[in-house]
Design a protein. Structure first.
Ligand SMILES: [Ca+2]
Length: 196
C-alpha cells in the first residue's frame, strides 16, 4: 500500500516538472536594449547561439510597437539564414508544445519573414505576423523529439528587414487530465483489490 501511494505521488510530480519551459531566455529579457530603439549587431545572446550568416538585433520595448523586447533575426545585415538557435535537452520520442510570437512589420515597407524549426521538424518557412492589432502573431505546434537533444531555430527568410521573434517556449506535453483520472481510478481499484 505504501509503495502504491509513492507511485501515485511520483506520477503527479513528474507531470509538474515536465511542463516547465525548456528554453532559456525565450522572452529575450535577459539583457537590456534601448526603449524605442535597438542594439545591432548583438555580439552575444544569453542562452542562444547567433548563427554566423548575417547578424541579429535586440529590439527595445516600443520599437515598431514591440510590447516587450524581441529579437530581429534579419538584424541589420538582412542576409538569408542569419538567426538564432538553442539546443534543448529533450526525450527521444516524446511530444513537445512549441510556441512563439512573430512580427514581420505590419504597416511598414520592407516586411520580412521567419523560418522556424525544431530538430528535423520544419515549423514553417516565411512565417508572417498578422495584419491587425500590433501585428504580433502567436504560433503553436505539437512536435515529436527525434533525439535527446533538439535545436529550436529561427532564421531570416530574407524577404525584408523586419523578422522579429519573441516569447519562445518549448514544454513537454503532459498526459491529459482524462488520462490522469483514468490512471488514478485504476490505481484505486488495484488498492481496493489488495485490501480484500
Ligand atoms: Ca520579450
Amino acid at each position: 500500500m505504501k509503495n502504491l501511494f509513492g507511485a501515485v505521488l511520483g506520477l503527479v510530480a513528474l507531470s509538474a516538472v515536465s511542463s516547465a519551459n525548456l528554453v532559456v531566455n525565450g522572452d529575450f529579457q535577459a539583457a537590456s536594449y534601448p526603449n524605442n530603439g535597438f542594439t545591432s549587431p548583438l555580439s552575444s545572446l544569453a542562452g542562444w547561439t547567433i548563427l554566423s550568416a548575417g547578424n541579429v538585433a535586440g529590439i527595445g520595448l516600443g520599437y515598431l510597437g514591440a510590447p516587450s523586447q524581441e529579437i530581429d533575426v534579419s538584424g541589420t545585415a538582412d542576409a538569408a539564414n542569419g538567426g538564432i538557435s538553442q539546443s534543448l535537452s529533450t526525450l527521444n520520442g516524446y511530444f513537445y508544445e512549441v510556441k512563439f510570437d512573430i512580427y514581420t512589420g505590419f504597416g511598414r515597407n520592407q516586411t520580412g519573414g521567419v523560418n522556424a524549426s525544431f530538430g528535423s521538424n520544419n515549423l514553417g518557412t516565411n512565417l508572417q505576423g498578422q495584419n491587425s492589432g500590433n501585428g504580433r502573431k502567436t504560433y503553436m505546434f505539437t512536435v515529436q523529439a527525434g533525439s535527446n537533444s533538439e535545436a529550436i531555430k529561427f532564421v531570416n527568410a530574407n524577404t525584408g528587414r523586419v523578422a522579429h521573434v519573441d516569447n519562445v517556449s518549448v514544454t513537454q506535453v503532459v498526459p491529459e487530465p482524462a488520462t490522469m483520472a483514468g490512471m488514478s481510478m485504476f490505481l484505486l481499484a488495484l488498492a481496493r483489490k489488495r485490501k480484500k
